[in-house]
Design a protein around this ligand. Structure first.
Ligand code: HEM
Length: 376
């Protein structure tokens, strides 16, 4: 999409797409403004039904409700809580790598970058790992559907969504009820005890939050790890530099986040009629803010299309901007750092394999690969 973004930034940095009936914004300043300015651009962008815990979760609400919820869940995502998970994440990575050592060709997505975040989040939530295949199925179903779908397809997707939601609701209700009498150290248990201004989280809110973590946390982190490995195999000089000096890992990860952002766009709903960069926006209009384009904006990043492993400064907005800034950013960064360190140490000579094709994900929102075969 990067060539298309460039043309848009140069010629039509904000434009209305007739086919989807939505606005699209491409410049760094506009994208960060749209994402962070909640008084003009609302996150309550869909008509969520009352009993749609995901549609009413953190990601889709505005202040003041957003602040209450966010204050509650911040507690389970502090740097200190995250650090306490580090040994566990190392252990999970080691186990996955051990299995890969026995294979001749590795398919990185299925063998590693997909299971890792799923197992991590299941552990953090304190749910049994036997049900991981369900987690994967559910999170895939939640993000299905594309901009060009026909009305019939939209209807089917909607029905599937409602069904998935019912299954998820049932699944997490049982877990929560059980945990109420068996509190432990996991996130669900922490949240069952959390209070802000004397107010506790309702079961419905808790279920919505669990679903959000499942959806927001898994595929994004999978793609960050996959995109990082792809980049290193594609940019041999950077890979060499990194192997010489693993201290570069955090800055390499930031650069992957900028250069191949796992989330390319997020949308908002226009709250009131207004003029914005010379166009007239109407209340209720939807607008896509292209994070992936903002992160390649030449007026903000020198040689924006180049991957520079030690880029500094690097103020990308891959995790969003403002009050909705990604809650899971410290976790995603830590997971990616551990994952890449272990992969590089175990397979220092890894390279692309010719056995299978590399398959990109076809989406305007998610940027990553369905399959990345590699040879050790
Ligand atoms: C929000 C990206 C990993 C949980 C966001 C937003 C972005 C984002 C762009 C802002 C959405 C908006 O403004 O509407 C990413 C990327 C990730 C990642 C690129 C991985 C590389 C995670 C993980 C978790 C997580 C691992 C949790 C386990 C959340 C939550 C929100 C959020 C709960 C909503 C925050 C709010 O609305 O206040 N993420 N995310 N994310 N992310 Fe992430």
């Amino acid at each position: 999409p990067f060539e298309w973004y460039k043309q848009k930034r140069e010629n039509e940095p904000i434009y209305f797409d007739e086919k989807s009936g939505q606005w699209n914004a491409f410049l760094y300043d506009d994208v960060s403004y749209i994402l962070s300015n909640y008084e003009q651009f609302s996150s309550a962008r869909y008509q969520a039904e009352e009993r749609d815990p995901f549609g009413n979760s953190l990601l889709f609400i505005d202040p003041p409700k957003h602040k209450q919820m966010r204050d509650l869940v911040n507690k389970s995502f502090t740097p200190k809580v995250m650090r306490s998970w580090e040994p566990r994440i190392e252990y999970i990575s080691d186990t996955l790598i051990e299995d890969m050592i026995e294979k001749t060709t590795i398919e990185l997505v299925n063998d590693f970058s997909m299971p890792l975040p799923v197992i991590v989040i299941a552990n953090m939530l304190g749910v049994p790992t036997e049900e991981l295949h369900l987690f994967k199925k559910w999170s895939d179903q939640m993000v299905e559907g594309d901009y060009n779908a026909s009305e019939e397809e939209i209807k089917i997707t909607r029905e599937k969504y409602v069904n998935t939601m019912k299954e998820l609701f049932h699944y997490f209700s049982e877990i929560i009820n059980h945990k109420k009498n068996h509190l432990q150290e996991d996130i669900i248990s922490i949240l069952l005890q959390a209070e802000v201004d004397g107010k506790k989280v309702s079961d419905e809110e808790l279920i919505g939050f669990c679903i959000l973590l499942l959806v927001a946390g898994n595929e994004t982190t999978t793609n960050l790890i996959t995109n990082a490995v792809y980049t290193l195999l594609d940019e041999q000089d950077s890979f060499y530099k990194l192997k010489q000096n693993l201290q570069l890992l955090p800055s390499a990860i930031e650069e992957v986040l900028r250069h191949r952002s796992p989330i390319q766009s997020m949308n908002r709903k226009v709250k009131k009629d207004m003029e914005f960069r010379g166009v007239q926006l109407k209340e209720g209009d939807l607008i896509n803010a292209f994070i992936g384009s903002a992160n390649r904006d030449e007026s903000k990043f020198l040689q924006a299309d180049q991957f520079m492993i030690d880029r500094d400064p690097n103020h990308h907005i891959a995790f969003g901007s403002g009050i909705h800034f990604c809650l899971g950013a410290p976790l995603a960064r830590m997971e990616a750092r551990i994952a890449l360190k272990k992969l590089i140490e175990s397979f220092p000579n890894m390279h692309f394999s010719d056995d299978m094709e590399i398959q990109p994900i076809n989406s305007m929102v998610v940027y990553g690969l369905k399959k990345l075969p590699i040879q050790k």
